[in-house]
Design a protein around this ligand. Sequence first.
Ligand SMILES: Cc1cc2nc3c(=O)[nH]c(=O)nc-3n(C[C@H](O)[C@H](O)[C@H](O)COP(=O)(O)OP(=O)(O)OC[C@H]3O[C@@H](n4cnc5c(N)ncnc54)[C@H](O)[C@@H]3O)c2cc1C
Length: 371
Amino acid sequence: MGASAAYHLARRNAGSILLLESAPFLGQGATGKCAGGIRHQFSTQVNIQLSTLSIQMMERFPQEMEQEIDLNLVGYLFLLSSPQQLQDFQHNVALQHSLGIQTELLDRDEIARRAPLINLDAEPAIIGGTNYHRDGLADPNSMVQGYAKQARRLGADIRTSTPVARILRQNDRIIGVETSDGQRILAGTTLLTAGPWSGSLAATANFHLPVIPLRRQIVVTRPLQIPRTMPFIIDFAQSLYFHYESGGILTGMSNQQETPGEKEEVDHDWTLIHLEKAIQRFPLLEKAQLLSQWAGLYEVTPDHQAIIGKLPLENFYTCTGFSGHGFMHGPICGQLMAEEIIDGRAHTVNIDSLRYQRFQNQTLHPEKNIV
Ligand SMILES: Cc1cc2nc3c(=O)[nH]c(=O)nc-3n(C[C@H](O)[C@H](O)[C@H](O)COP(=O)(O)OP(=O)(O)OC[C@H]3O[C@@H](n4cnc5c(N)ncnc54)[C@H](O)[C@@H]3O)c2cc1C
């Protein structure tokens, strides 16, 4: 979010732009830990629109940003296991169709044909599913590097190893930040894009931003002769997913009992539960060798929707809280932040349902298609 916003602001000559990153390298937070999935299949109009525009931007990325991002539109195959889920997804598919996204509803036989490596009988048994052929995968690190490189070329100053210790507030106004070595940097506009750390950083200005860090884990196997065309497959009931990764499989499964906190060490007990379920659903994994595993943090909001735009403190903005689907929305959200800051209001997409004010008015429209 930070790199994309810096690029889009610089592209529009927004003045002097400074991006501060605490780590020695960019993209080592949630973005570097993510699964790289990109999909249109959401339950809310705004997320479908953000995906549609972002994925178009990803298609133009190599040409416009001079950076390959390994875009692989292999589709996203959601596996469903209850009549209620089928009904919910039929509703989502109708919404997606109304927005020009031709998601298919699939019966069990068709899923068996498209995903021959999946055991549909493992509990919970799969009774149907959906697929959209323009969903798929892209490489998060390449995208961060592409945005950072072009932002720098356009004059943005990007400083790594520079943690922000606190956001400086004067009454109802944000005036800049103070770094951990005590440097005060005054700014006309402060944009908070600290991912899972956004809530705690906002608290340094005595501002409550409802974003919590929640651990999520990934395991990657050594090559198993998996075809590169295999879709991103999600067993929705179990929040269990698989996709092609360098000839092997990348798999993740969300622990619904996980508690909030900045926990980035692997929970090995959960790995065992995850792998047992993964092998039941994807039996070839029994033969797999472990290549790597890691834990990262989702930046989660109460309604699993991002918080984007101007905040109710002067000169203060945020773009965070994507609750597990922020990588794919990075391109368009950077542009929307530039519009919000320069033009006074984001206009390419109506982001009203993602504004902070929804928590004050209690008008929440939760995203249900979360993993
Ligand atoms: C395991 C896992 C799988 C995921 N899979 C997907 C997926 O398939 N598709 C998808 O779209 N999304 C996925 N996500 C979600 C996605 O990764 C995030 O929504 C997205 O990367 C958020 O981007 P961000 O820029 O807001 O946060 P980040 O990438 O975390 O960037 C925030 C940056 O702020 C820096 N920072 C923090 N505190 C400070 C400070 N005090 N001072 C200066 N810098 C600071 C951090 O070091 C970090 O680099 C996944 C996430 C995880 C953890």
